[in-house]
Design a protein around this ligand. Structure first.
Ligand SMILES: O=CC(=O)O
Length: 422
């Protein structure tokens, strides 16, 4: 049964409820287009939602109905009628049915026109097949770009300054927040050694980003915002990029960005490589043993795109051999399970029992081993801010309003595949 859209909004806000629908195949023709709302109720944009829910009949399947088997059953029995749009305002919910592949897409009603979802990435949906069926897919990358770029800045700085080492050494041996771990209170020498070693030796492997070449793979909204934040006059990095389509000269000039016509040329010229490009539909990696071989010796690597784009074992090899001197990964090939070899490196300390201080005086050139603090791992947090979620909701509703009123989608990603409908 559909859940009511009992949205937590400021008190007194008038919110039209979505319509619970009986599980009956014989539905009367709707007076307004039906929108299938998958996931949590909206939270942040009551005014737009008031317009949205008076323009459309909004049906929100329950959490149980969104599980794949039940979802397929419901689509087969046309439980939600001839809906014209799918609306997924959050990335944390609404994905329970799994990948939007042919099995699901082939069950969509002919009335379906537009699928608007939270999230910059759209690897969870076969957008080419949707396009072939005349369905526009809109992502919400625009809403996440600033958050992802800010997070990428922190990760890039981390690869130059070895923040994981600085942070873990300061709290060695990782006491509980209550400081009740007996080793924390008794193992004073080891704790002091961890702190002092990091204080003394992190200097020798840390560098200012200024003057280094930042190589951006992908120069869309996220890449451009990273360039604006880290180039001149702020951090003074030299901006280089590779993308399948070269950007206009005025844009390149405004960001002082140098285009590289091949990925190899970008890799050979960069001190820190940042991945900010959509995943390949077939899940093929872009950063592999052979691409890593083209990195400058001792280059740094940051991934804020998708884990599937990186062969993580090849990256671990490159960190071990020193080809890559530091890496920061927000996204992982097998979420929520980061690669165990990379986890081990992320927790490695110098100058403490079980640590590794072989490389303490390395200086960015090819190093013989991973050394401490060279890997930063986070939990797919880059886009995760309140502002992003406000934007996800708003943009998804605006896209559906535009398309169903006969206008243009703002953030369609599959227009090249879109087939005209009869
Ligand atoms: O990964 C985050 C997103 O797709 O927005």
């Amino acid at each position: 049964m559909a859940e009511p859209t009992n949205t937590p909004m400021p008190p007194g806000t008038p919110v039209p409820a979505s319509t619970p629908r009986p599980s009956s195949p014989a539905l009367p023709a709707p007076s307004r287009p039906i929108v299938l709302h998958i996931g949590d109720p909206i939270k942040y944009n009551p005014t737009t939602y008031a317009e949205f829910s008076s323009a459309f009949e909004v049906i929100r399947p329950s959490a149980a109905e969104r599980e794949r088997d039940e979802f397929i059953r419901a689509l087969k029995e046309r439980r939600w009628g001839d809906f014209s749009a799918i609306f997924r305002p959050f990335w944390g919910t609404g994905g329970e049915m799994g990948r939007w592949d042919a099995e699901l897409i082939d069950l969509l009603p002919d009335s379906m026109r537009v699928f608007a979802s939270a999230g910059a990435g759209f690897d969870w949906a076969d957008t080419k097949l949707l396009g072939a069926k005349g369905i526009i897919y809109c992502n919400s990358g625009l809403a996440a770009a600033e958050a992802v770029a800010d997070f990428a800045v922190a990760m890039i700085i981390s690869t130059f300054r070895h923040l994981p080492w600085c942070m873990t050494a300061a709290i060695f041996p990782f006491p509980s927040p209550q400081f009740t771990d007996p080793s924390y209170t008794t193992n004073t020498r080891a704790r002091e050694a961890a702190f002092q070693t990091c204080h003394a030796r992190a200097t020798a492997v840390s560098h200012n980003p200024r003057g280094h070449v930042l190589g951006l793979i992908g120069f869309g909204n996220i890449g451009q915002q990273i360039a604006a934040k880290l180039g001149n006059p702020a951090f003074g990095m030299r901006i280089a990029y590779y993308d399948v389509v070269r950007k206009p000269p005025a844009l390149e000039a405004s960001l002082n960005a140098t285009f590289h016509p091949t990925l190899e040329s970008l890799l050979q010229s960069s001190d820190c490589i940042v991945l900010g490009t959509p995943a390949f539909p077939d899940g093929k990696p872009l950063v592999t043993a052979s691409t890593l071989a083209a990195f400058r010796p001792g280059a740094r690597f940051v991934n804020v795109a998708r884990g599937s784009l990186v062969d993580e074992d090849a990256l671990a090899d490159a960190l071990e051999s020193g080809v890559v001197s530091a890496a920061a990964l927000d996204v992982h090939a097998d979420e929520p399970r980061p690669n165990p070899r990379l986890v081990r490196m992320a927790t490695q300390l110098a100058g403490v029992p079980g640590g590794d201080d072989d490389n303490a005086d390395g200086g960015g050139a090819r190093l013989p081993g991973p050394g401490p603090g060279r890997v930063m791992l986070t939990c797919h947090n880059a886009g995760g801010t309140v502002e992003t979620h406000v934007g996800f909701e708003e943009l998804s509703m605006r896209n559906i309003l535009a398309v169903l009123r006969g206008g243009e989608a703002m953030t369609a990603v599959n227009l090249e595949f879109l087939e005209e409908r009869g």
